[in-house]
Design a protein around this ligand. Structure first.
Ligand SMILES: C[S@@+](CC[C@H](N)C(=O)[O-])C[C@H]1O[C@@H](n2cnc3c(N)ncnc32)[C@H](O)[C@@H]1O
Length: 392
C-alpha cells in the first residue's frame, strides 16, 4: 500500500504524542459539523485548502528565511560600512530619521527592505485571495462553529471599534477588524512571520510554560488580552486544564476563527470580541492575565488603559505576564542599523504604533498602574522583554 500523503501525520494518537494534547483531542474530535478540513492536518496545523496556496506559502516562507538570514546580514554589514565612512560609530545611538536618510537610497539596504516587504505583500495577498474565492465555504464553517463547542465565542458586528485598531497593521489587508476572514488570513500569514517555526504553536507553548504562578499557586481563571487567533489562550488552557480560560480581541473575525480552531482541536476555551481596555469582567475575577505582542500594536494612551484594566480584573496576588518587544531598561541601544530597522518597519510594514512603544518603558507603565513589577523574569522569547506584574 502506498503512502496516503493527504493523511500523513494526521492527528492520530502517534502524532499526538509528538505534537501535543491538542492534536490528541483533534484526532477524536474532527471532523466536526461544518468543518472545512480539505487536506488534513499536520499535527495541530490544519493544512491550507489547496496545494497551489500551500506551495506558494512554503516558497514565501523559505524566501523569508533567506531574507531574514542572508540578506539581513548583508544589509547589516553594509550599514556598518556606510556609518564608518560617514565618520560615525556603528554602535552609537542614532535617530530614526537620520538613519532613514543615511541608508534608504543605498542599493543593498533597499534590496533587503524591498525583498522583505514584497514577501510580506505576497504572503497576505495570496492567502486573502484564496479565502475570498472560497468565501461561502469558510463563512459556513464559522457560522457552524459559532454554535458548537467545546468552548464558546461571542462577537458583535455593532461593537464600537476604536480608530487606532483599524490600521492595516503589518500590511495585513483589512487589518484585524476589516475583513471577515481576518482570522484565517492572520493565522496562515503569521506562520510565515515565524519562518515556519510555529506551525505547532511552539512559541505560545513556551510562553505559557514561562508564566509564573501566583504565590498561593491558585489558578482558577485566566484572561488572554489581544488573543488574535487564540494560540496563547489555547496553550494556557493546556497548561491549566481545570481553569476557566478567556481570550479577548477587538477583531470579531479574529475570535470567530480562534473558536473554530479551538473547537476543532477539542479545547474548551472562551473567546469574546471585547476591548482590552474595557473587558467587561468583574473586579478581581482572574488569577492570571497574559498578553503577547499586543502592546506594541496599540497607542500609548490605550496601553496605559489596558494596563489599568489588567490590574482591575486581577484578584489580589494575581499575576500579569505581558510579553512584547523589549523596551525601557531591557532594550539595547538604538544603533544606526536598529534605528533604520524600526523606521522601515514603521514606514513600509505599517507598524503604526511600535515606534512609540519601543521608545517607551512598559515596566514604568505597569508601576504607574499600581503593579509591583519584577523585571528579572524570562519571557521565553528572544528579543522580548520579561516582565511580571503582581497585584498586591
Ligand atoms: C499581534 S496580535 C496578538 C498575537 C496573539 N497574542 C498570539 O498569541 O499569537 C495583536 C492582537 O491584538 C488585538 N488588539 C489590538 N488592539 C486591541 C484592543 N484594544 N483590545 C483587544 N484586542 C486588541 C488585535 O486585533 C490583534 O489580534
Amino acid at each position: 500500500m502506498g503512502i496516503n500523503r493527504r493523511n500523513l501525520l494526521q492527528a492520530t494518537s502517534a502524532a499526538a504524542a509528538f505534537f501535543g494534547a491538542g492534536a490528541a483531542k483533534a484526532a477524536t474530535a474532527s471532523p466536526r459539523k461544518g468543518d472545512v478540513e480539505l487536506r488534513g492536518t499536520v499535527g495541530r496545523l490544519e493544512r491550507l485548502g489547496s496545494l497551489e496556496l500551500e506551495s506558494q506559502q512554503d516558497f514565501l516562507t523559505g524566501f523569508r528565511s533567506f531574507v531574514n538570514d542572508d540578506l539581513r546580514k548583508a544589509a547589516a554589514m553594509r550599514a556598518e560600512a556606510i556609518v564608518k565612512s560617514a565618520g560615525m560609530d556603528p554602535k552609537g545611538e542614532m535617530k530614526y530619521a537620520q538613519a532613514a536618510a543615511l541608508f534608504e537610497k543605498d542599493p543593498i539596504m533597499a534590496t533587503y527592505v524591498k525583498a522583505w516587504v514584497a514577501n510580506q505583500q505576497q504572503t497576505w495577498s495570496t492567502i486573502q485571495d484564496y479565502f475570498h474565492r472560497n468565501a461561502d465555504q469558510y463563512l459556513s464553517e464559522m457560522d457552524a462553529f459559532d454554535k458548537q463547542g467545546p468552548g464558546t465565542v461571542e462577537w458583535d458586528p455593532k461593537m464600537f471599534i476604536p480608530d487606532y485598531t483599524k490600521h492595516e497593521i503589518h500590511i495585513q489587508p483589512g487589518g484585524y477588524v476589516g475583513d471577515p476572514f481576518a482570522g484565517y488570513i492572520n493565522f496562515y500569514g503569521v506562520n510565515n512571520f515565524y519562518a515556519g517555526r510555529n506551525y505547532q504553536d511552539e512559541t505560545q507553548y513556551a510562553i505559557a510554560q514561562a508564566v509564573p504562578l501566583p504565590k498561593d499557586g491558585k489558578v482558577k481563571r485566566i484572561l488572554d488580552l489581544g488573543c488574535a487567533t487564540g494560540r496563547l489562550t489555547l496553550q494556557m488552557k493546556e497548561r491549566f486544564p481545570d481553569a476557566e480560560v478567556w481570550g479577548i480581541d477587538v477583531g470579531g473575525p479574529m475570535v470567530r476563527y480562534a473558536h473554530v480552531r479551538a473547537a476543532d482541536l477539542g479545547i474548551d476555551v472562551n473567546y469574546a470580541q471585547r476591548l482590552a481596555e474595557d473587558t467587561k469582567f468583574p473586579d478581581g475575577y482572574f488569577d492570571i492575565v497574559t498578553s503577547y505582542i499586543l502592546m506594541h500594536e496599540v497607542t500609548i494612551e490605550a496601553s496605559h488603559k489596558i494596563t489599568a484594566e489588567a490590574l482591575r480584573v486581577l484578584r489580589p496576588g494575581g499575576v500579569y505576564f505581558p510579553v512584547d518587544f523589549a523596551n525601557g531598561k531591557q532594550r539595547g541601544p538604538i544603533t544606526p542599523y536598529a534605528a533604520f530597522s524600526v523606521w522601515w518597519d514603521h514606514r513600509w510594514n505599517n507598524e503604526v504604533w511600535s515606534i512609540d512603544y519601543r521608545d517607551s518603558n512598559y515596566a514604568d507603565f505597569m508601576r504607574k498602574a499600581g503593579f509591583a513589577v519584577d523585571e528579572t523574569v524570562k519571557s521565553a522569547r528572544r528579543g522580548h522583554g520579561g516582565l511580571l506584574g503582581i497585584k498586591t
